[in-house]
Design a protein around this ligand. Structure first.
Ligand code: SAH
Ligand code: SF4
Ligand code: F3S
Length: 484
């Protein structure tokens, strides 16, 4: 067995390192799932005795955990790899590793195009990274691993996370939805759910380390436990939320992403009933046109989405809704686009990510006729971004003068004298506080100003921690879910 696998139990949270004086540089692209996988990559590297380096020139091993969701993600990576290539030319002992979704989607072709890359490792093969590094050194050949489905979960590997009150927990892997534009099912394998007791155990351990808020990760968390022969334990996602609400010390539970077709009445009831489950749902709609939704194979239409939004808002007062939108899907007409703008106006999202459609090889939509002219795309993009920002600002403005519960994360990036935290609805709040306020504290903040992306205010002195029975604040806004 490779040394990295002898780091105690598979769910070990602390990595015991033997110092070797060697270093690794890790750069992460893509979604939260990739960020989380990078915590596991760091765990493996530190288990091998490598210490983290802040810049590539200080790293003996250069790792890039990649995303393949849109072409832009690929081109951004190429710039970084150019730097790695030059550093490797300076010191040929350096190793360059490309992990993640792009490695999985390109495989051997990637090696041919980038002969200086030493190791490729797909998301289902991360546990093989130490063995691949060894093999590369001993054979001198480029090596790769591209398992189609997971034999050892990323979640089962040691992890290095930044200490603090927030943590991610992976509850599912893969996706079986095959939305016609999306590469994820091809690079992340089929949906599989982690046993509920393992998720609860990891949550307990995180709570012992001081974590107050967990975000449950999966491409479609609403389908937790629904795949054939699932090992989740019965009751699906609602039962998991119930179980996690019982973990002492966890004040807030979030999850992403939710697929609209799988938000069940039982889930709505559970969200409404559990204090710890936050009043925020990231619910990607993608388009407001029934014709386009059908071509996308999303499994719902406009009316069903709007009905779901109404039911959610009726059951969960103060719910914040955020979404993802794709513009320029093949054959999208002006009318289809107007239907998307109309839906966005009708719902009044707290925030939205707008993406230009990007054809991905192997996906069904890549074969569809009707590419949209880039100039038309630009115009549509501007219009939709303006609309979503205006609506987000309107939603946020409602909070001015309200007192909202904020979980303190640390210092504000904008103003070193201020603190930063988020509302239950996932809106960023920059605030000043009198008295001692620490990361992990829950404080009431009076909101004084609002923009489309954040809020600012003051925690009255002395700041009063919110009691368990505190009422849920009247709704709140947007942040950055979805892939970057
Ligand atoms: N599993 C999540 C998110 C997956 S990727 C979900 O289903 O909601 C995040 C977002 O990227 C998607 O919601 C979609 O809006 C966008 N996206 C995916 N493939 C894309 C493509 N080929 N072109 C443009 N945007 C895409
Ligand atoms: Fe799966 Fe989401 Fe991609 Fe659809 S958009 S295939 S649900 S990851
Ligand atoms: Fe992979 Fe996440 Fe990108 S699943 S393709 S890293 S959005």
């Amino acid at each position: 067995m490779h040394p990295a696998f002898r780091l105690g139990s598979p769910r070990a949270m602390h990595v015991h390192t033997h110092r070797t004086g060697r270093t690794y540089y890790l750069r992460t692209f893509g979604c939260q799932m990739n960020e989380h996988d990078s915590e596991r990559i760091s765990g493996l590297m530190q288990g091998l005795g490598y210490e983290p380096a802040d810049t590539p020139d200080r790293g003996d091993v250069l790792l890039y955990n990649t995303c393949s969701i849109r072409e832009k993600a690929d081109t951004r990576l190429i710039g970084h790899l150019g730097h790695a290539r030059r550093l490797k030319a300076d010191d040929p002992r350096r190793l360059v590793v490309v992990a993640g979704c792009l490695a999985q989607s390109r495989q051997a072709a990637f090696f041919r195009e980038h002969p200086y890359v030493d190791v490729l490792v797909g998301p289902q093969s991360l546990h093989l990274l130490p063995a691949l590094l060894d093999e590369r050194v001993s054979t001198g050949r480029q090596v790769g691993a591209f398992d189609e489905s997971t034999s050892m979960w990323s979640a089962e590997l040691p992890r290095v996370r930044q200490s603090g009150p927030l943590a991610w927990i992976q509850i599912m892997t893969g996706c079986s939805n095959y939305c016609s534009y999306c590469i994820v099912p091809y690079v992340r394998g089929p949906e599989a759910s982690r046993p509920r007791n393992e998720v609860v155990e990891e949550t307990r351990e995180l709570a012992r380390q001081g974590v107050r808020e967990v975000t449950l990760l999966g491409q479609n968390v609403n389908a937790y436990g629904l795949e054939p022969a699932s090992r989740a334990g019965g009751g699906g996602f609602p039962a998991l939320l119930e179980a996690l609400s019982g973990v002492a010390g966890i004040e807030r539970i979030r999850f992403m992403t939710s697929h609209p077709k799988d938000v069940s009445p039982a889930l709505i009831e559970t969200m409404a009933g559990l204090r710890q489950v936050c009043e925020h749902l990231h619910l990607p709609v993608q388009s407001g046109s029934d014709r386009i939704l059908h071509l996308m194979k999303r499994g719902y239409d406009r009316a069903a989405y709007l009905d779901l939004v109404n039911r959610l808002r009726a059951a969960i007062p103060g719910l914040a809704l955020t979404t993802d939108l794709i513009i320029g899907f093949p054959s999208e007409t002006e009318r289809d686009f107007e239907e998307t703008v109309g839906l966005v106006e009708t719902v009044g999202f707290d925030g939205a990510f707008t993406f230009q459609y990007s054809p991905r090889s192997r996906t069904a939509a890549a074969e569809l006729p009707g590419r949209i002219d880039p100039e038309v795309l630009e115009v549509r993009m501007r219009r939709l971004v303006e609309t979503t920002q205006r609506l987000g600002a309107d939603r946020n403005a409602l909070l001015v003068d309200a007192e909202v519960e904020v979980l303190v994360e640390g210092r504000s990036r904008r103003d070193p004298d201020a603190l930063m935290g988020r509302t239950r609805t996932h809106k960023v709040v920059n605030f000043s506080a009198v008295g001692i306020v620490l990361p992990g504290d829950l404080v009431e903040v009076r909101i004084e100003r609002a923009s489309s992306t954040s809020l600012s205010g003051t925690a009255p002195a002395p700041s009063t921690p919110v009691r368990e029975s505190a009422p849920v604040p009247e709704w709140v806004p947007a942040s950055e879910p979805g892939a970057q």
